[in-house]
Design a protein around this ligand. Structure first.
Ligand code: F6P
Length: 314
């Protein structure tokens, strides 16, 4: 197994599930260090039952992760396949995002039995309601919002908070709804800063003394948005870019739960001889999707959720 792309809290719970489920059905389990880079360098670790003791509560990934340029080249992939063959590896589980899934597909084309598990705080993977790390990241953002709200309220300021999500707004939308942000700017919904400012001014006129605006990184810089709001409204404005603190910390129970379920199911798929799949979550349970159906597709965005957030944050 390997973890690839940006780390996500809960990846360790998936690693633990894969190791322990694998050993329980009589498999020998190897961990690949630093994602696809470790496949090329044959950086393999024998994983025993106790190698994953005390990791379920830890953020990050004990196997480390990387974004490997070398693996994108045919020579790099050929070396990876050769290493897997030399070590007698019969199946590979990849925990990561869309880019990592493309690697799984390329290995599949080269005859490697590969199964993928969605791991990304962005929750932007098609075919699964949740990816590992999203729930923890949203909770991290809500915790930050709560803290910023205290100081925003004391000083009667407007705060802009920039959150991650790459080119999607799922973190911003869920955290904005759960944290009661006044405006949420995300790439999926066109917005006008005039409207955002009007909303702020209307709120002030109705007696609101402070406001919080969540900006997904995919729409641009929170600093620029904050500066423009200050210029247009004259309100005292501060900006916080949450950055990588969103990706750290002990995973929530939800992330540990889904990671455990998906890790175990991924092992079962390999044992059943059904590679080429992604294991996901839908309707509260584990589902399987063909990787070909998932890769490169844009995850659906629920406009009703966005509307609700706006309605509730008058
Ligand atoms: O995909 C996860 C993510 O945290 C994105 O939200 C963000 O845009 C990106 O990774 C940051 O990447 P890096 O850790 O390489 O700076």
């Amino acid at each position: 197994m390997l973890t690839s792309g940006g780390d996500a809290p809960g990846m360790n719970a998936a690693i633990r599930a894969i190791v322990r489920k694998g050993i329980s059905v009589g498999l020998e389990v190897l961990g690949v260090q630093r994602g696809y880079a470790g496949l090329i360098g044959a950086d393999f670790l024998q994983m025993g039952l106790s190698s994953v003791a005390d990791v379920i509560q830890r953020g990050g990934t004990v196997l480390h992760t990387a974004r490997s340029e070398e693996f994108r080249a045919p020579e790099g992939r050929a070396r990876a396949v050769e290493n897997l063959r030399r070590h007698g590896v019969e199946g590979l589980i990849i925990v990561g995002g869309d880019g990592s899934f493309r690697g799984a597909q390329a290995l599949g084309a080269a005859g490697v039995a590969a199964v993928a598990i969605p791991g990304s705080i962005d929750n932007d993977i098609y075919g699964t309601e949740l990816s590992i790390g999203f729930d923890t990241a949203v909770n991290n953002v809500v915790e930050a919002i709560n803290k910023i709200r205290d100081t925003a309220s004391s000083h009667e300021r407007t705060f802009v908070i920039e959150v991650m999500g790459r080119d999607t707004g799922f973190i911003a939308l869920y955290a904005g709804l759960a944290g009661g942000a006044e405006s949420i700017l995300i790439p999926e919904v066109p917005f006008s800063l005039d409207e955002v400012c009007d909303r702020l001014v209307r709120g002030r006129d109705r007696g609101k003394r402070h406001s919080l605006i969540l900006v997904a990184e995919g729409v641009g810089s929170g600093i620029a948005v904050g500066e423009e709001i200050r210029r247009r409204t004259g309100f005292e404005t501060r900006v916080t870019v949450l950055g990588h603190l969103q990706r750290g910390g002990s995973p929530t129970a939800t992330d540990r739960y889904i990671a455990s379920l998906m890790g175990a199911r991924a092992v079962e798929l390999l044992v059943e001889g059904r590679p080429g799949k992604m294991v996901g979550m839908a309707g509260g349970g584990v589902v399987e999707r063909d990787l070909t159906e998932v890769i490169g597709r844009k995850k659906e965005f629920d406009p009703a959720l966005y509307q609700l957030a706006l309605t509730l944050s008058v």
